[in-house]
Design a protein around this ligand. Structure first.
Ligand code: SF4
Length: 350
């Protein structure tokens, strides 16, 4: 039988819970819209980064219905800086589904939540538990760490995940499951931290096997990391005489789906020469490669991209944007870097 940690953990939570912008005051139910929005924003992003975005979204779209009615481009623009744009697109699709299929009220069960766009196992459990106080197993990175240490699990990540999940489910109480989920997260974020856990302050220390064995800081173990593959590309900065630059929309599916970009070659594993890249240019022109490269790290690969520049007088139709107005476009970070490199490289004569 797993140890009965819920009473001590909940008592600790009542005194030490974090004050987060999306959290209701003690004893009050959390707003499902707040919980869902914050959980989507928090995936692979820190609480400190998300805070201002969360407030800005709520100021602009105080309800899920208002978010559903917003143009997608406005949502993508407001999302800029949080990365992973597929999530922003799914966020909007999910808001629409909640408005259209559920009359603007989030469903309460994990199964119904899972049927919504962009809601996976974790988010469904988090919304069901935190917003509706349903018994659900909520396992984020913080919870994984606490459970791996509590049971001194030596199997490395990610292999150990199913075991963590099974044990986390056994720890979850029938009473106050939503607070329990948040308490586990808070414990992981503030006490059972990745490096130097503060076991002396921990309410469940007497049950913790890793603390007893003196190996808390070594868990969870991680499998050796594979090197991130490198990819290369050349971007084409085509400047019209009136100071507008050519942009285009990326395909809806895939990395940075539907986002605006500076046209470029495909991103491949071999570096490109300019000659090789020219057939991919948006128009024939006197292209020259600027010195230096733009570098960017995505989750699954690193990108090194050269920037070719050219000027044209009259040009074909397309998405031409005055360079002064680039800030109004929903450009992902890599494209902003390319713009900066091109603007710096072409100098004041442009
Ligand atoms: Fe984490 Fe230490 Fe608490 Fe164990 S005793 S759960 S390692 S903080």
């Amino acid at each position: 039988m797993p140890p009965l940690i819920a009473p001590r953990l909940l008592a600790w939570y009542d005194r030490h819970r974090r004050d987060l912008p999306w959290r209701a005051p003690p004893g009050r139910l959390n707003d499902p819209y707040f919980v869902w929005l914050s959980e989507i924003m928090l995936q692979q992003t820190t609480v400190a980064t998300v805070g201002p975005y969360f407030r800005a979204f709520l100021d602009r779209w105080p309800t899920v219905k208002r978010l559903a009615a917003a143009p997608l481009d406005d949502v993508l623009h407001a999302w800029q800086g949080l990365g992973y744009y597929a999530r922003a697109r799914n966020l909007h699709a999910c808001a629409k589904a909640v408005a259209e299929r559920h009359g603007g009220r989030f469903p309460e069960t994990e199964a119904a939540l899972l049927a919504l766009p962009g809601i996976g196992t974790y988010t469904a459990a988090a919304v069901a538990a935190i917003a509706f106080d349903r018994v659900a197993t909520v396992v984020d990175g913080n919870v994984e760490r606490v459970v791996a240490r509590l049971f001194a699990l030596e199997t490395p990540m990610p292999e150990v995940k199913p075991e963590i999940r099974r044990l986390a489910a056994m720890l979850t109480p029938e009473s106050r499951p939503g607070d329990f989920a948040q308490a586990m997260m808070d414990l992981g974020a503030t006490v059972c931290t990745p490096k130097s856990p503060k076991c002396i302050l921990c309410p469940i220390r007497e049950d913790c096997r890793a603390a007893a064995a003196g190996i808390a800081g070594d868990l969870p173990r991680r499998a050796a990391k594979k090197a991130r593959p490198q990819r290369y590309g050349i971007a084409f900065w085509l400047l019209r005489d009136d100071g507008a630059v050519l942009l285009r929309k990326r395909p809806e599916k895939g990395l940075l789906g539907g986002m605006t970009e500076v046209p470029s070659t495909p991103w491949r594993t071999e570096p490109w020469s300019l000659r090789e890249a020219l057939p991919e240019a948006p128009e024939p022109a006197s292209w020259r490669l600027l010195p230096g490269r733009v570098e960017h790290v995505f989750t699954h690969f690193s990108l090194e991209i050269g920037v070719a520049v050219a000027r044209v007088g009259k040009a074909a139709a397309g998405d031409w944007c005055p360079t002064m107005a680039l800030h109004t476009k929903a450009l992902p970070t890599i494209m902003k870097k390319i713009c900066r490199h091109a603007l710096d490289g072409m100098g004041p004569q442009q």
